[in-house]
Design a protein around this ligand. Sequence first.
Ligand code: ADP
Ligand code: ZN
Ligand code: ZN
Length: 732
Amino acid sequence: MSIIDVAVPVPLRQTFSYSSEQEVAAGARVLVPFGRRQLVGVVIACRDNVNLLADDDGPVKLKAIAEVLDQSPLFDSTLITLAEWLSGYYHHPIGEVWSTIMPSKLRKGAALSDHEPALMLSDKGKSAEAVAALRGKKQQQCMALLEPGPVATEEVKAQYSAAVIKALQDKALIETTIINNPPAGDWQHFTLQQTPPTASTEQAVAIAAINQQPGQFVPYLLDGVTGSGKTEVYLQVIEPVLKQGKQVLILVPEIGLTPQTVGRFERRFGVTVGVLHSQMTDTARLRVWQQSRRGEIGIIIGTRSAIFTPLKSPGMIIVDEEHDESFKQQDGLRYHARDLAVKRAHSEQVPLILGSATPSLESLNNALNKRYTHLTLQQRAGGASHTQLKVLDSRDQPLHAGIAQGLINIMRSHLQQGNQVLVFLNRRGFAPAVLCHHCGQTVDCKSCDRPFTYHKSQGRLQCHHCGASRKMPTHCGSCNSDDLQTSGIGTEQLEQGLGKLFPDVAQVRIDSDAVKGKDKLINRLDEINARQYQLLVGTQILSKGHHFPHVTLVVVLDCDGALFSADFRAAEKLAQLITQLAGRAGRANKPGEMWLQTDNPGHPLLQDLINNGFSHFARQALQERKLAQLPPMSSQAVFRGEANDSSQVTHFLQQVRQCYSVSASVAQGSFIGPLPCLIEKRQGRFRFMLIMQCQQRGALHSWLKHHLQDVESLPLASKVRWSLDVDPVDFS
Ligand code: ADP
Ligand code: ZN
Ligand code: ZN
C-alpha cells in the first residue's frame, strides 16, 4: 500500500493524500475521488510508510485513488520543481498550477496516443470529376484540404462544419481512417539548406560568447537595435546545439508567431519546427507537445504557454522580444513566461537568450548588474541605416484628418518618391466618442461609464472596455437634441481622411476590425511588401516584428495620452513602442525618418528618446525608478478586487491592508491604495487595487504568504471577485 500526494485542480493551497495499491511515480496523472466528483490530478509524491499518517486516533483512513492514468510519469522532475516554484512564487494553488501547465486534453484525462482518427479522400473522392461536380464552395475547400493526404478529424472539424463533413461522407467522397503521428525526421543530422550570411563583428562577438559556454546555465541579454540581426544570431548559435542532438525552445510574442518566423528556421536547417500557439486545436497542440517530449523535434517555437513544453534533451531557451507584454498571463495563474524561462533554463542547466531592441527595464537592470551577460548589437545588419526620430509641434497648426499640415507635406514628398508611408494611431474605430452638441453629454457605456467608440462602417457604437455594442442613437439621451457629433479620430476616420488627401495613393488599414484572422493579416503584410499599397494606416499590430523594407516614413499620431499616464510604466511602454515603430522603416538601404506629432514637443521623455536613443532613455528611466524605489529596484504585488458594489470592494481591500499591516514593519513593506484601477469600472463592476511593495523580493514573498489565509477567510473574500498578481506589469 502506498500513500500518494496528489495536486487536484481545486482552488485550495494544498495537495491531497490518497492510498493506492500500486506505486505511482511522481509526474503521472491519476483519477481521484474528490467530494462527489472524480478529478484528474498529478502525483507529486509517492510514499510507502503508512505509519507516517498515524495520529492519536490510530491510522488515518485515506480514500483510494480511482485509476492510474499514466503508467510512467508524464512530467520529469524539472517540470515538477517548476510547478512547485510557480505555486510558491505566485501564491497560487498547486492543483490550478498543474491545470495551467497541462495541455487541455491531458487535463481532461485523455491518454497519450500515437495515433488519432482522421479523414481522407475515398477512391471516388480522388477523381477530379467528383470534386468538380460539387456545388458547395466549402465542400470543395474541404476536399482540397484532404487532397495531399489524411488530416486529423479534429482539425478538419475546427475548419469545417459538421454539415459539410457529413455531406461529403454521405456522397462517399471522404472516409475515416487512423493516422500515426508522423515522425518529424532525423533532425540531429541536418545539413544547412542555406549558406548563412557572414556575421558582422558585433554578431560574431555575440555568437562566440554564447558558443563558448554550452551545456550550462548562462543568461544573456541580446540587446540589439531593430534589424541588427538578432534572429541571425539565434540561427547561428542554435546550429551547434542541434548538432549535439539537443533541443531548442524559442518563445515569441503572440503576434510574432507568423509562418515567416517559423519559415526562417525551417529554411535554414531543413527540419520540421514544432509550433505551439493558442489558436491551434487541442489535438495539434498535444501532438507537438508529445513530439517534443519524445525528442522527435529539435526546434519548438511557441507563445507564452510553450514554456511548459517538456523537452527530452534540452539544449537552449530563447525568448525573442522579451519585453513584450504578451508574455505575462493576465488571469488565473499570472505568470511571466520570460521569468519562467530564466527559472527553467537554470534548472535544465542550459543557456538562455533574452533578445530585444527595447529590453524591459527588469532585464536591462540584470544585465547592468552583471547577473546577465550583456551582448549588444548597435549596427543594423546589411548596412541599413538608422531611422531618424523627429518631433512635430502640432499646436497652432491646421489639422487635416488629425494630421498637421507640415506633416502632410513631408508625407507627400515620401509618397512622390514612390516610397511607403506608415501612419500609426493606436485607436481603432471612427471616433473615440460621440457627444451632444447641445448639452455636451457623451454617449456612454452604462456598465463601464466610458464613452462608446463610433464604428461608422457598421453604423454602431462599441465599448472598447467590455465589448458591448449598440446602434448609433439619433437623439441625445439627456436632452433629446438630435445634434450628435463625433469627437476625436480613430483609424477608420484617418483612413477616410487620408483617402481624400491622397486620392491616387493605394492605402491599406491594419487593425483588428479591418484584419480579422491570422491569414488575413499575413496576406495583407505580403501585399504590403509586394508594394501593392503605399500608405499603411494602423494600430499596434503594425509595430511588432514585421519588416517593411519599403517604408521610409513613419508618422505617429497622438502619443500625448501616454506621456501623462498614471501608470509608472507608461513611459517605458511608449519608448518601446516608438522605438519598435521606428525599426519598421528604412531597412533595405533606404534611410528612414519618423515623426512624432505632439502637443508636448518639449516633454523630457520625447527629447531624451530623440536626442539620445532608447538605451540612454532606459538607463535614465532606471535611475528614476531607483530614486522612486519602484520596480525593478523594488518588488510589487497587487491585490485586485471587483464587484457591483464599489464600497464592498474598497472595504475588502482595506481589510486586506489591515491583515498585512500587522507585519508591515517586519517586511519593511508599504502599501499604495486601495485605489481605483486605471479602468475603474467594467461590465458593471467597480475595480480597485491594493499595491504592496517591498525593497526585497524575499521579504515581499514571506509577507504575502504570512497573511494570505487571513485574507481568504475574510467574509468579503467570497463576495468580491479578487486576485493576487505578483510582479504586475499592468494596472488597467
Ligand atoms: P532582428 O532579428 O534584429 O530584427 P534580423 O536577424 O531579422 O534582425 O536581420 C534583419 C535583416 O538583415 C534580415 O533580412 C537578415 O537576413 C539580414 N541580416 C542579418 N544578419 C546579416 C548579416 N550578417 N549580413 C547580411 N545580412 C544580414
Ligand atoms: Zn444633449
Ligand atoms: Zn462597456
